[in-house]
Write a protein that binds this ligand. Structure first.
Ligand SMILES: Cc1ncc(COP(=O)(O)O)c(C=O)c1O
Length: 309
């Protein structure tokens, strides 16, 4: 299907990208009323698809959006959309909105949610430079919401706080931005989770700091265990962050990226550290493992691929 226009799944049909449209009366647009997932496939394996679908359905429960598809069916349409687009290394955006209603906020005017799946290819060299050189960050002046409100534990269509924070990073000339929680404890980055390394031990904020329960974060915690490294989930102060030996971010598209400077202060010696590099290498190996995901079709042998680093 090379060169063919991508197709997008909307509510049971596949539309060419140019014609993939939903109503301007959809409450996803009018109120940010919906949830989404960003998912990655590697070499024909959709990485931890089940975990993404579980998180999505948790979000649907909280927002009381009732989709007619079961979790199994949702997984199948994700895989089928990848097949129809002839993709094996891809980024997948799965969006579920409240659906079309009237202009009022009342969710009861939108009886039928919209289910949308977009896919695009990801180059094998994606992120290589960031992994090798690391990225810089500032700390946002906007605080992550309290966990009793619109907590980022819910992956909703409401990312305005992250967008405004990203502007702060752009204005400061950095790549990333660290979000603090309402207490002033470290929460996460604007679109990824955060880890630090101190004296060989990994530390990452808990869900009490309003973080998204990241799929990559969970896999990195398990990976640390497999590698025999200690990992602690705990409150982290900005001081502890800046004086860490190493800092890195985790996220589905970004994967694992070293952070080498925060607020103008070099982290450790200002270069990606040994623990981060080991985790990156191990993570890249597991993304090629069929046991780590759902098959689109039979993957190529790893050595037939050219992924570098
Ligand atoms: C705010 C936020 N935190 C963390 C993450 C990382 O989560 P995951 O590893 O599941 O992609 C994301 C990813 O989209 C995010 O948007």
């Amino acid at each position: 299907m090379a060169g063919k226009e991508p197709v997008v799944y909307i509510d049971g049909e596949y539309y060419p990208k140019e014609n993939a449209k939903i109503s301007v009366y959809d409450h996803g647009l009018l109120y940010g009323d919906g949830v989404f997932e960003g998912i990655r496939s590697y070499n024909g394996i959709v990485f931890h698809l089940r975990d993404h679908i579980e998180r999505l359905y948790e979000g649907l429960r909280v927002t009381r959006i009732n989709v007619s598809l079961s979790k199994e069916e949702m997984m199948n349409v994700v895989v089928e959309t990848l097949r129809r687009n002839n993709l094996s290394d891809a980024y997948i955006r799965l969006v579920i909105t409240r659906g079309r209603g009237n202009l009022g906020l009342d969710p009861r005017s939108s009886p039928k949610p919209s289910v949308i799946i977009m896919t695009e290819p990801v180059a094998l060299a994606q992120g290589k430079e960031a992994r090798e050189k690391g990225k810089t960050a500032i700390i946002s002046s906007y605080r992550r919401d309290m966990v009793d409100g619109t907590s980022h534990e819910l992956k909703s269509l409401n990312y305005i706080q992250s967008v405004l924070s990203k502007f702060q990073a752009i204005d400061a000339g950095t790549d990333e931005v660290v979000m603090l929680d309402h207490r002033g404890m470290v929460s996460e980055f604007h679109g990824s989770n955060l880890f630090l390394v101190k004296q060989g031990i990994l530390h990452t904020p808990t869900s009490a700091a309003g973080i998204l329960h990241g799929v990559t974060r969970a896999r990195v915690l398990k990976l640390a265990d497999e590698l025999g490294s200690e990992a602690r989930e705990r409150d982290i102060t900005p001081y502890e962050l800046i004086t860490a030996d190493e800092v890195f971010l985790t996220g589905t598209l970004a994967e694992i990226v070293p952070i080498v400077k925060i607020q103008g202060v070099p982290i450790g010696d200002g270069k990606p550290g040994p623990v981060t590099r080991e985790i990156i290498r191990a993570f890249q190996r597991i993304t090629q493992d069929p046991k780590e995901g759902t098959l689109i079709r039979e993957p190529l042998p790893v050595q037939a691929r050219t992924r570098s680093n």
